[in-house]
Design a protein around this ligand. Structure first.
Ligand SMILES: N[C@@H](CCC(=O)N[C@@H](CS)C(=O)NCC(=O)O)C(=O)O
Length: 237
């Protein structure tokens, strides 16, 4: 029997096409693609709904806020959550841990390796994402409007420091936490986005970090990553 998602008001504005599968609300941004890459890597079936973040008619609607009161993408509903009951989730790091535990993939179930993987996930969520995001604001989007260069300098210095941490962690190993994991799925889209999204690769000296270059190549060569990076497409309602 198809799951009943009518308790989630977001489904009134963005109706599920297949109510029995995971519903993803997203955009192909560094945070959004973490979710789509993970869903692709795990081979899970899902419907995707494109949420315009520049458009208050999407992310600030009562329907969207009913799922994510923090008005950001990504967010999701799994009709088959814990105990077989539907679960709504937001914050991409929490979504990655949830999907990893649901499928038993890309996060060790126990032991030191589990906590080290989560440690690097938290490093992305608390450090890399917020700091790199400020480069987007002060360089890419508002760069010509803001004369005071001190904020940009601060975030470039911090980005270079963080890139150094990642590069050293990748010295002698292919993936951030040893095996390919949700730590790579969280971190690599943000590092890649310095070039592909913000065009800030020269500003931060991205090419100085040789281990990172190899890691990003290996990451984007994965078929699930290549697909996840394009989701949702412009045509996804
Ligand atoms: N910590 C959140 C951050 C989510 C986030 O900042 N999403 C951005 C897109 S990458 C967004 O929705 N921005 C819209 C806004 O800030 O208005 C997560 O990892 O899910």
């Amino acid at each position: 029997m198809a799951a009943d998602l009518s308790d989630f008001p977001i489904t009134r504005r963005w109706p599920p096409r297949r109510p029995g599968v995971i519903q993803l609300y997203s955009l192909p941004t560094p945070n959004g693609v973490k979710a789509s890459i993970m869903l692709e890597e795990c081979g899970l079936d899902y419907d995707v709904h494109r949420i315009s973040i520049g458009n208050p008619e999407d992310q600030m609607t009562p329907e969207f806020l009913s799922l994510n009161p923090n008005n950001k993408i990504p967010a999701m509903i799994d009709p088959d959550g814990p105990g077989g009951q539907p679960i709504g989730l937001w914050e991409s790091g929490a979504m990655l841990i949830y999907l990893a535990d649901k499928t038993g993939r890309f996060l060790p179930p126990e032991g030191a390796a589990r906590y080290h993987t989560i440690q690097w996930l938290m490093f992305q969520m608390g450090g890399v994402g917020p700091m790199f995001g400020q480069i987007g604001y002060f360089f890419r989007y508002k760069g010509t409007e803001i004369e005071d260069k001190r904020p940009l300098t601060r975030y470039v210095d911090e980005a270079r420091r963080l890139l150094g941490v990642i590069d050293r962690q990748l010295d002698g190993q292919d993936w951030i936490a040893g095996e390919y994991s949700i730590a790579d799925i969280a971190l690599a889209p943000w590092v890649r986005n310095l070039r592909t999204g913000y065009e800030a690769h020269e500003l931060v000296g991205l090419d100085d970090f040789r281990n990172i270059a190899r890691w990003i190549d290996a990451f984007t060569s994965r078929p699930a990553v290549a697909k996840g990076l394009t989701i949702p497409a412009a045509s996804d309602a």
